[in-house]
Design a binder for this molecule. Structure first.
Ligand code: FES
Length: 106
């Protein structure tokens, strides 16, 4: 009898303006799975078109899914820094710390 694979949770630290939140997320899920838990990450198109979910990786870059073609096209077109990613395109496989610029919209 084989054992079911263990579900592991990862830690996502989010800084935005004066707010700091830490959330648990099941490894392998997208950052969008935190949508009900935090308003610090905002989404609109969810298809790497608008950039509202842009964030900077502070640590744990290696724990994010590889940049998708669509995401790469957007990041290149916007001349983003190498440590910037789109939350709507990222899955998380280990602890990460991220920062989002600007105040969240009301
Ligand atoms: S929600 Fe539009 S690029 Fe991520």
């Amino acid at each position: 009898m084989t054992e079911a694979p263990q579900r592991t949770d990862v830690k996502v630290d989010i800084d935005r303006a004066m707010a700091h939140e830490t959330h648990s997320l099941r490894s392998g899920l997208g950052l969008m799975a935190l949508q009900r838990k935090t308003e610090l990450i905002e989404y609109d198109c969810k298809e790497a078109d608008c950039g509202i979910c842009l964030f900077r990786v502070i640590s744990g870059e290696e724990n994010l899914s590889p940049v998708t073609k669509k995401e790469a096209d957007f990041l290149q077109a916007m001349r983003c820094d190498p440590n910037e990613r789109l939350a709507c395109q990222c899955r998380v496989f280990g602890d990460v710390k991220i920062r989002i610029e600007g105040d969240p919209e009301d």
